[in-house]
Write a protein that binds this ligand. Sequence first.
Ligand code: 13P
Length: 250
Amino acid sequence: MRVPLIAANWKMHKTTGETRDFIARFLPLVGDVRGVEMVIAPPFTSLTSAMDALEGSDVKLAGQDVFWQESGAFTGEVSPSMLVDVGCRYVIVGHSERRQYFGETDDTVNRKIAASLAAGLGVVFCIGETLQERESGATFDVLKRQISDGLKGIGPDGLVIAYEPVWAIGTGRTATPDQAQEAHRFIRDELSGLYGETARSIRILYGGSVKPGNISSLMVKEDVDGALVGGASLQPESFADIVKFSTPPT
Ligand code: 13P
């Protein structure tokens, strides 16, 4: 019922040339993949070259961030319709690095989600607790707050959630499949409180040190519907192996 979604978050990596090179090598590796939605989120500067290189393929494009205004005097920002204009189908909103380094709050995340959905973009809404929050037993309180404040006034259409425990991002320390499932189940229960039955159709991705060697054990979990991949998405071979999670490399 929920089509798995595997997304590459390249963060601040790859020039236009490196983007074209990645895609030229990646597409032949995933040509026979069926039943998995594939998404790549390059930096803004590489979106157009990525779009050109992806032409004719099933791989979709995403922005890594967005601003909530349509246009105006907002130096450095990019609007939802600008992302649509260059071919994006999705946008990542509320990544923990944006919250941690760029002052993103539940309120700004909420505005970005609302504006992006209104422009017709799918939204990958990122949530997750820090190590300190987990160790102090606050994980579920944090997730509950991020969901209720981030989704205030927002409907379920076009929404994808990414659970990314901050302590697992770029650390090599993946949540165990059971830890991921426990958090994903909690998130789905919260979504049910907001959206009722529709919550069963919302995809919840896991992010944090996903690799070819651990994707299968995460994807077998009932409420894990895909992955948001950082470091391991930068090489075409490893990202292709992750996309092909149901037939892991031998
Ligand atoms: P890593 O896969 O490098 O841990 O990054 C995860 C992430 O932040 C994806 O958005």
